[in-house]
Design a protein around this ligand. Structure first.
Ligand code: CP
Ligand code: NVA
Length: 313
C-alpha cells in the first residue's frame, strides 16, 4: 500500500506513468466515454480547511470513475471534538478504500496515514500541496510538450526555469520537490522573513536560486507562478503580510522579462491586484483554468493507481 503525502513520495518513472494515464483518462472524459474502474470503492474526504477545487475535483472524479464519496469537516465530525487523529484513522479506514485529507500541520496527516489501513492522499497541508503541483506539471507538459498523440515526455522539463514570486509556502515547498525530482530549477523570490526553508521542503540547494528582486527571478523563466500572500491558517498575519508583500505582485513587467512563450500559473483562489495583476491572470499567457480542470484528471489517475496499481488500456 502506498500513500501520497508529498511530491517526493513517487519516483520519476511513476510520474511518467501517472501523466500518461492522465492523458488517457482526460481524453476519454472529453469524448464522453464511460470509464468506471472504481465501482464499489469509496473515498472519504476530510476537510479541516475550506476548499472549492479540491472538493469538486475529487468528488466529481470519484463519481465519474464509478465510486462514491463521503465528505467530512472538522465542524461536523468528532475531529472537531478532540477525537484523536489515530483513532479517526483506524475507524474511517475500516469503512472506505481511500482517504483524502486537507489539514494544518503536515505531521497530522503523517499520523493519520501511519494508522490507516488504506491509502491516504494529501489535499493540502501547511507544508505541501502535491496534488496541485501534479496538475500544474501536467498543464505545463500539455501546453508546451505534448503533441497530438498525447505522448508525455518528462525530459521536456529538464533545464527549464520556474519563477516563484511570493510566499515560501506549501506551494513553494512542493515546487522545489518537483524541481529536484524532474531536473528543473526554481527561481524563488520572497519578501524577507517569508523565505522557503529547504529543510521543510526536504531538498538540496541545487534545485533552486534565491532572488531579492522578483523581477530578476522572472528573467528568462519558462513559467511564472505565485500564490496568495496569506495562506489558510495564517490569517492573523494578514496586515503584516499585506505590507511585506506589496512588491511581490506578478506584473506585466515581470512577464515581459520572462521568455516570450512563458506560461503564468496560479493554484487559485487568486486576489487580483495583490499577488497578481488582472492583466496577467486574465491575459494570454495565463493557463489557470487549465490548471484547475487538470486537478480532476490527474487525481483520477492518482486514485486509479493507488487503488488498482498499473493498469493497461
Ligand atoms: N487550488 C486549490 O487547492 O483550491 P481549493 O482551495 O479551492 O481546493
Ligand atoms: N497556499 C494556499 C493554497 C490554497 C490552495 C493556502 O494554503 O491557503
Amino acid at each position: 500500500m502506498r500513500h501520497y503525502l508529498q511530491f517526493k513520495d513517487l519516483s520519476r518513472d511513476e510520474y511518467a506513468y501517472l501523466f500518461q494515464r492522465t492523458a488517457i483518462i482526460k481524453r476519454r472524459f472529453k469524448n464522453y466515454e464511460k470509464y468506471q474502474p472504481l465501482q464499489d470503492r469509496t473515498l472519504a474526504m476530510i476537510f479541516e480547511k475550506a476548499s472549492t477545487r479540491t472538493r469538486v475535483s475529487f468528488e466529481a472524479g470519484m463519481y465519474q470513475m464509478g465510486g462514491a464519496v463521503v465528505h467530512l469537516t472538522t465542524g461536523d465530525s468528532q475531529l472537531g471534538r478532540a477525537e484523536p487523529i489515530e483513532d479517526s484513522a483506524r475507524v474511517i479506514s475500516r469503512m472506505v478504500d481511500l482517504v483524502m485529507i486537507r489539514t494544518f500541520e503536515h505531521e497530522k496527516i503523517e499520523r493519520f496515514a501511519s494508522h490507516s489501513r488504506v491509502p491516504v492522499i494529501n489535499g493540502l497541508t501547511n507544508e505541501f500541496h502535491p496534488c496541485q503541483i501534479v496538475a500544474d506539471l501536467f498543464t505545463w507538459l500539455e501546453n508546451r510538450a505534448m503533441g497530438a498523440h498525447d505522448v508525455v515526455n518528462l525530459d521536456a522539463l529538464r533545464g527549464r526555469v520556474v519563477a516563484w514570486v511570493g510566499d515560501g509556502n506549501n506551494m513553494a515547498n512542493t515546487w522545489l520537490q518537483a524541481a529536484e525530482l524532474l531536473g528543473f530549477t526554481v527561481h524563488i523570490s520572497t519578501p524577507s522573513g517569508y523565505e522557503v526553508n529547504p529543510q521543510v521542503a526536504g531538498v538540496q540547494g541545487a534545485c533552486y536560486r534565491v532572488f531579492d528582486d522578483p523581477l530578476e527571478a522572472c528573467r528568462g523563466a519558462d513559467l511564472v507562478t505565485t500564490d496568495v500572500w496569506t495562506s489558510m491558517g495564517y490569517e492573523a498575519e494578514n496586515e503584516a503580510r499585506r505590507q511585506a508583500f506589496a512588491r511581490w505582485c506578478v506584473s506585466p513587467a515581470m512577464m515581459a522579462v520572462a521568455r516570450p512563450d512563458a506560461l503564468f500559473m496560479h493554484c487559485l483562489p487568486a486576489h487580483r491586484g495583490e499577488e497578481v495583476a488582472a492583466e496577467v491572470i486574465d491575459g494570454p499567457q495565463s493557463v489557470v483554468w487549465d490548471e484547475a480542470e487538470n486537478r480532476m484528471h490527474v487525481q483520477k489517475a492518482l486514485m486509479e493507481w493507488l487503488l488498482l496499481g498499473k493498469v493497461g488500456g
